[in-house]
Design a protein around this ligand. Structure first.
Ligand SMILES: C[S@@+](CC[C@H](N)C(=O)[O-])C[C@H]1O[C@@H](n2cnc3c(N)ncnc32)[C@H](O)[C@@H]1O
Length: 276
């Protein structure tokens, strides 16, 4: 299978990535896996195929917590997508700005009510700077994993720090790697098996911590096939990356309702505070 990519560093269209990856390379992802852009077909059905994530049960506590952490100041969303979070947060009166790699996702955002209030820059969250400083930068729904090397993930933290005032918050919502769910000898597992969505995750590179997420989704009467690599990140590694970018871990919960984070948690909402 051939996948279109955009080079995460330059924003230019890069070499097309293949799956399955060439595992004969010592570390096959090094320097060659770029962020995969959400192409037009995926962007057009993103909201329909993510309907679960738009439900008030998920979105309301997300917006409540982000509004509280913004503390009346401006917020910046990295990987803002179609505005699932940014638009309702803006509707609460928070000034929200976005950075997003895929122009197709931004086009979907622009077509929605309230989009005029949310300026978005098309760019890479590892490097793109927007004017001003913020009290809150946030990166939700596993999007830190869309940059597929440790260096790029570190660059995301550094870029968040560059946009924050001292004392400001960087919120990262990301899953805990589910390697324990893998039967011995298997490289993949089914994580979604619904009538309109089949999802398979394969752990392809245990050195570079790169897995691939494969989706077959139905949206607006169409079947969409989407595969993308992501770099999974352990909770302790995330905390260390934050410390390297002058943050301290202020809170870590298992979810947006401040559920306790334990060894059994499958996801985390981490709040990092920028040190002076
Ligand atoms: C799972 S979607 C999340 C979108 C949105 N934050 C939400 O919660 O609905 C991941 C998004 O990350 C974007 N993305 C991937 N790599 C990126 C990068 N390096 N810089 C900025 N955006 C990126 C994709 O284009 C996509 O819109």
């Amino acid at each position: 299978m051939v996948l279109a990519t955009i080079d995460a560093g330059t924003g230019r269209r890069g070499p097309r990535q293949m799956w399955p990856p060439d595992l004969n390379r010592p570390v096959w992802n090094a320097g060659i896996v770029a962020a995969i852009t959400w192409e037009r077909d995926v962007a057009e059905v993103y909201d329909a195929t993510s309907a679960e994530m738009f439900k008030p049960a998920i979105l309301d506590p997300t917006i409540d917590l982000l509004e509280e952490l913004a503390g009346g100041g401006p917020a910046l969303e990295f990987a803002v997508g179609t505005g699932r979070v940014a638009l309702p947060l803006s509707a609460r009166g928070v000034s929200v700005t976005g950075i997003e790699l895929s122009p197709h996702m931004v086009a979907q955002l622009h077509a929605k009510p309230g989009a005029d209030e949310v300026p978005v820059t098309v760019g890479d969250m590892t490097t793109t700077r927007v004017p001003g400083t913020f009290t809150l930068v946030y990166l939700v729904w596993n999007a830190i994993m869309n940059v597929t090397t440790q260096d790029e993930q570190l660059a995301v933290f550094a870029n968040a720090a560059a946009h924050l005032e001292p004392g400001g918050s960087f919120v990262v919502e990301v899953g805990v790697p589910q390697l324990r769910r893998l039967p011995p000898g298997e490289i993949g597992r089914i994580f979604a098996l619904d009538p309109d969505h089949v999802g398979i995750e394969t752990f392809d590179d245990l050195v570079g911590q790169v897995a691939w997420s494969h989706h077959w989704m139905e949206g607006d009467g169409r079947l969409v096939r989407h595969s993308a690599p992501y770099r999974y990140v352990w909770p302790s590694e995330l905390e260390l990356m934050a410390r390297m970018a002058s943050f301290r871990l202020r809170d870590r919960w298992a979810g947006w309702r401040r559920e306790p984070f334990t060894s059994e948690s499958t996801g985390q909402v981490a709040v990092f505070e920028k040190m002076a």
